[in-house]
Design a protein around this ligand. Sequence first.
Ligand code: HSE
Length: 403
Amino acid sequence: MIKVAVLGYGTVGSGVVEVIEGNNAQVSRKAGDELHVKYILDLRDFPGDPYEDRIIHDFTMILNDPEISVVCEVMGGVGPAYQFTRQCLEAGKSVCTSNKELVAKHGAELLETAAGNHCNYMFEASVGGGIPLIRPINSALTAEKILEVKGIVNGTTNYILTKMEKEGADYGDVLKKAQELGYAERNPEADVEGHDACRKIAILASLVTGKNVDSEKIFTEGITKLDIADFKFADAAGMKIKLLAICRSMEDGGVLAMVAPFMIPKDSPLAMVNDVFNGVLVTGNMLGDALFYGRGAGKLPTASAVVADVIDCARHPGKTVVCIWDKEEARLTDAAEMQRRFFVRAKAETAADVEAAFPGGECFAVPEYPGESGYFTPVMKEKEFLMRYQGLGDKVLGRIRLV
Ligand code: HSE
């Protein structure tokens, strides 16, 4: 029997127990032995819960129990999750996690600790919820030089953007609904300000480069400055607005990593990714494009990915599955040096000033907003754009990058 401990009995933790128990025949057969949840660690008690008898409050019971070979860390945050993960790995217990914050911050070190103790640190659920992404990048696509990873990796913001676009819904109301559905982070600022997507692209960029990409150095902009009017202008121009996370291998050996709202053409595959779904386009130099699509957040999809990692650990007792992510820092390219077009929304009476600031662009209007005008600039460096945009002061109402 393979005995498992679950750290944290919140949304994902309860999902992990539900997947292991509900799919027990399947997961056990695939793991090669019966899987059993022996402990569930949480600060709280859960009177009346079907697994109440497995709830414990003392982590050392797990650490000191030689029967426990795999631990699911689904507590979230860095704090105790980091200490617990380190101690489990040092004791030779594999750890499977959905904790993107911890993976982004200490992934390289924890992988090294796992390798030194002949066990595994696995984090499929940390990016894209239930969508297989980490394992494909590490195995099926391992012969590729990955040129670009570009996608929607935060379910909460995609849910909010979809509702704003399709229903003109109020931002605050939709965020509340996303929290009720179990999509949002404990502090939803992590979602709406782009930090969650930033941590996820840091993880993917680290796997793509094999070096450490520091999430704190990644250019990140969230969705809080978007207005319903932006969606109307985007629609009139045949575009949609999506929060994209991008990692691109540069010719000089550097890597561009960034998170920001982008206008993308309606016929782009990523434009069709709606609600809580995530979509990630991976471009390899031999394969070309591969699209990964599915539920990017939520209890059971995320739990399913954690349990898949548990099965992988069970299949490799005493062995470490190769995952290249060195501690050496990757060289990040400055996002402000990138060239692209930009959308600018302005007061209608200042359209001539906008045109003068960005000559050679394209001006357009939408009937619902007669007091405003839209403008697409020509291709220019981001730092040049921002300088001129800021010079326009209160004549402009918003701006969005174009892919
Ligand atoms: N808050 C995250 C999201 C959860 O909305 O994508 C899944 O990582």
